[in-house]
Design a protein around this ligand. Structure first.
Ligand code: NAP
Length: 301
């Protein structure tokens, strides 16, 4: 029986409707959520990404600031802008679009963002919060994958999850989120000798590689949940994931398509992190001296 599609577009719409309501409540209380997006240089794909992020902010009623700089912006000037945004009470999230020009050290820039505004969840402190099971901002793509898995209604406790890919932004945080949801987790990467050996044992597979047809039907256990993070182009130039969708959907029980799966969720979770950041500031101002910690994310034990 063909797998059930996990619809990232539909889930995004539902989550964004909720975010919009929460934003409206905050705005009515004089605390409109605000996101600052910084773009340095002329990378055409980055221009599209930031445009989409700013548009998404408008759609859910956020205040947004888009700061565009020429590629020759100095690192010091960028760090000064981040310091100013860290201190700006109208801004609850700061995002610096990657990649940056080569003369700017991306890790210096990421670490300059206040942890309380690190809505991308990329800083070392945010990563540490995730490792330590502390509340904090989760990187948007793996956070979105968890929400997609949640829609299947399948409890991850005791399930075997295999993550293919170990990047700091997708694979590693994905594995940690699955672990927090009580799955038994295996992480595979380019030095894993027999990928299929691992994936065939998995109840959940998350593919985050960046190479099409990395996961084929013979590598999947019948009934598995398959989440495809990859964004690649096929020979005809059409967007595709890491998973052989046609083949794998004959074996898996649940699968995300590309496009229409993980992709739309990434911006949605950025909005989610931003509204959570604004709510946190608001509740702290309501109860001075008792600043409330962020609510634990779903899946956190
Ligand atoms: P990345 O930093 O390039 O990491 C890719 C990972 O895949 C690495 O850990 C690499 O292993 C591993 N890998 C490479 N070849 C492999 C193989 N043959 N078998 C097993 N593992 C292999 O990429 P990323 O940033 O994590 O992104 C992964 C994919 O997701 C890309 O296609 C990207 O465009 C996409 N993506 C999509 C979204 C979205 O919103 N939909 C968001 C982020 C990323 P090593 O560590 O050993 O090199």
């Amino acid at each position: 029986m063909p797998a059930q599609l996990i619809d990232g577009v539909l889930l995004s719409q539902q989550l964004r409707a909720d975010i919009k309501e929460r934003a409206a409540k905050l705005t009515a209380a004089g605390k409109q959520p605000g996101l600052a997006v910084i773009l340095v240089g002329e990378d055409p794909a980055s221009h599209v990404y930031v445009r989409n992020k700013v548009k998404a902010c408008g759609d859910v009623g956020f205040h947004s600031v888009l700061e565009k700089y020429d590629a020759d912006l100095t690192e010091a000037a960028l760090l000064a802008r981040i310091a100013a945004l860290n201190a700006d009470p109208a801004i609850h999230g700061i995002l610096v679009q990657m990649p940056l020009p080569r003369h700017i050290d991306p890790s210096k820039v990421i670490e300059a963002i206040a942890t309380s505004k690190d809505v991308d969840g990329y800083s070392v402190l945010s990563a540490g919060e995730l490792v330590a099971n502390l509340p904090g901002f989760r990187p948007c793509t793996p956070y979105g994958c968890m929400k997609l898995i949640e829609t299947t209604g399948i409890d991850l406790r005791g399930k075997h999850a295999v993550v293919i890919g170990r990047s700091n932004t997708v694979g590693k945080p994905m594995a940690l989120l699955l672990l927090q949801a009580n799955a038994t987790v295996t992480i595979c990467h380019s030095a894993t000798p027999d990928l299929g050996y691992h994936t065939r044992q998995a109840d959940v597979i998350v593919a985050a590689v960046g190479r099409r047809n990395t996961l084929t039907a013979d590598m999947v256990k019948p009934g598995a949940i398959v989440i495809d993070v990859g964004m690649n182009r096929d020979d005809a130039g059409k967007l595709c994931g890491d998973v052989d969708f046609a083949g794998v959907s004959e074996v898996a029980a649940h699968i995300t398509p590309v496009p229409g799966g993980v992709g739309p969720m990434t911006i949605t979770m950025l909005l989610m992190n931003t509204v959570e950041s604004a709510e946190r500031v608001h509740s702290a101002s309501q109860a001075p001296g008792q600043a409330k910690g962020m609510e634990p994310k779903p899946g956190i034990a």
